[in-house]
Design a protein around this ligand. Sequence first.
Ligand SMILES: NC(=O)c1ccc[n+]([C@@H]2O[C@H](COP(=O)([O-])OP(=O)(O)OC[C@H]3O[C@@H](n4cnc5c(N)ncnc54)[C@H](OP(=O)(O)O)[C@@H]3O)[C@@H](O)[C@H]2O)c1
Length: 308
Amino acid sequence: MSGWTVNDIPGLTGRIAVVTGANSGIGYVTARELARKGARVVLACRSEVRGNAAVNRIFAEVPDAVAEFARLDLGDLGSVRDFADRFPYDHLDLLVNNAGVMALPYGTTADGNETQFGVNHFGHFALTGLLLPVLLDTPGARVVTVSSGMHALANIDLTDLNSDRRYRRWTAYARSKTANLLFTHELSRRLAAHGADVVAAAAHPGYAATNLQGAAPRMEGRRLAERVVELGNRVFAQPAEAGALPVLYAATAAGVRPDSFTGPSLMMWRGAPGPSWRAPWTLNDEAGALLWSASERLTGISYDALKG
Ligand SMILES: NC(=O)c1ccc[n+]([C@@H]2O[C@H](COP(=O)([O-])OP(=O)(O)OC[C@H]3O[C@@H](n4cnc5c(N)ncnc54)[C@H](OP(=O)(O)O)[C@@H]3O)[C@@H](O)[C@H]2O)c1
């Protein structure tokens, strides 16, 4: 995979892709590049205004793109169900679980889960489960979930998934990103046990300049922090274009293995896509199974198609 670029993305005409959080950053670039290669791309975004603006930006950059907006708020399981109920296609080649929030002040989703764990993990867990029937009906389908090198800061706490006992914003982010990897691990095991022709893989963008880093300072009106973030993004980060490459690799390259984790090859920070290090706790079968049953319970979504 050395030196892999967008030019290596195979033709995707006839394929259908859903990208969550596709109006900004990594998700936008991912959606645009999939569309450039001929995929029909559904931009699943929480804001109709920002989602449609992103679709129009894609049309401006890729005039023959086939792209559309569909509303999806991962912080509201009702919205996730509506999205799945309204999904208009009978197959789905690629689901990119990309949307995310980072280090926000304490808050809860519409369903009462802590926001970072709720949006980053529970929302995507529910979405994938609800779309599973169409994924299973699509030979060679993929589910790519976007984690982070920062998962390494914290394992999940199975006794306190929603940080009810104590909320520390960076720990909560790291736990949600560990959950993305454990989810991919457990989903891979369940797909294999079912003999399903669906690959679940994970990726991360390293450090890429997007809206992610400034969201919390903006929300809290912390001007100095905003400026520090902007400076950090200018000096140390790679552009979103480069950050999206590992995601695009995991989504489209031939031979991507189940439960693989792709990221930038230079110190998990920048550079061409390559296999990425992951904390050993993201490969723990027992933790994966326990997270799975807790996620089924807390979202009310069970993966019936993989049972029996
Ligand atoms: N950038 C990095 O350096 C970096 C590093 C490691 C991992 N990541 C991961 O990369 C992924 C993409 O982040 P990014 O850097 O591209 O950040 P970004 O530019 O802030 O994009 C995040 C996207 O997620 C969407 N989103 C947030 N909450 C949502 C919700 N409740 N429902 C639906 N969509 C929601 C945002 O929508 P709005 O525009 O409406 O807020 C936006 O479209 C995240 O999973 C993040 O954890 C990024």
